[in-house]
Design a binder for this molecule. Structure first.
Ligand code: SAH
Length: 233
């Protein structure tokens, strides 16, 4: 079985979107990963097929109904492999990071619920043991862009998707550090030279230089990562 995402959204036409291009798109076509998309509206009942309603207690906006979302989630769960997590994208959730992405890539797949309006009725999150994850401390208009971001990050880790596996080992966060700076041709550009050591052909010196650059950059730009790393190593 290949890693499979099942997206629940009111805008199913947004998928695969940008993931239909480049290596992810090729991987999808070749069956290196799977994508199912369901329209939440298909689970709405009644003449008006309402998916949302006004919030109890008053206030602005609309809330997605639990009696529409639950059957959508249950249908996805029934078709999914055992152990498939249900994720809801939400600014209240745990911020996604590379550790979360790696763990998810090792699982059979994920069911991803994309919210709209003010969000979803709290009870459905409790009743279906839904995990909330956030793209960051800002508000999107819907969960779809967060789903695309998470999918992109997971899919590139899957076997048969990324051409150069080595590049996965060296990039930012692989060892809790930001990546060192890159340079390519030409060796002098607008009067700026590439650091001498990179042209030396001395692999050990290059490795040391890159490691030092990674550490300096992380200390300077992401004190939070640096402090966490010191605790973990
Ligand atoms: N009223 C909510 C925001 C709703 S935004 C609040 O103040 O917290 C509408 C939908 O967009 C949400 O249901 C969620 O699914 C999605 N969304 C918005 N911001 C997000 C973020 N930072 N990460 C993940 N999903 C987000």
């Amino acid at each position: 079985m290949v890693w499979t995402a099942h997206i629940l959204s009111l805008f199913p036409e947004m998928f695969p979107g940008p993931l239909g291009s480049s290596l992810a798109g090729k991987g999808l076509e070749e069956g290196a990963w799977g994508l199912k998309v369901s329209d939440i509206r298909d689970f709405a009942k009644g003449r008006h097929r309402a998916v949302d309603d006004s919030p109890f207690g008053g206030g602005a906006g609309m809330v997605m109904r639990p009696d529409v979302l639950a059957p959508a989630i249950d249908t996805a769960l029934a078709a999914a492999e055992e152990g498939t997590r249900v994720i809801y994208f939400s600014p209240r959730g745990r911020a996604m990071d590379q550790a979360f992405v790696r763990k998810l890539a090792d699982e059979p797949g994920a069911i991803m619920v994309c919210g709209r309006f003010e969000g979803v009725d709290e009870r459905v999150l409790e009743a279906r043991n839904v995990e909330e994850v956030s793209l960051g401390d800002f508000i999107l208009s819907g969960g779809e862009v967060a789903a695309l971001a998470l999918l992109d990050a997971v899919v590139r880790l899957l076997p048969g998707v990324t051409g150069n596996r080595e590049s996965l080992e060296e990039e930012s966060f692989a060892d809790g550090l930001l990546e060192y700076p890159h340079y390519t041709r030409p060796p002098v550009w607008e009067g700026r030279s590439v650091p001498e050591v990179l042209l030396s052909g001395h692999h050990e010196k290059i490795r040391e230089w890159r490691q030092r650059q990674s550490e300096e950059l992380t200390k300077e730009r992401r004190r939070d990562l640096w402090d966490r790393r010191k605790r973990n190593f």
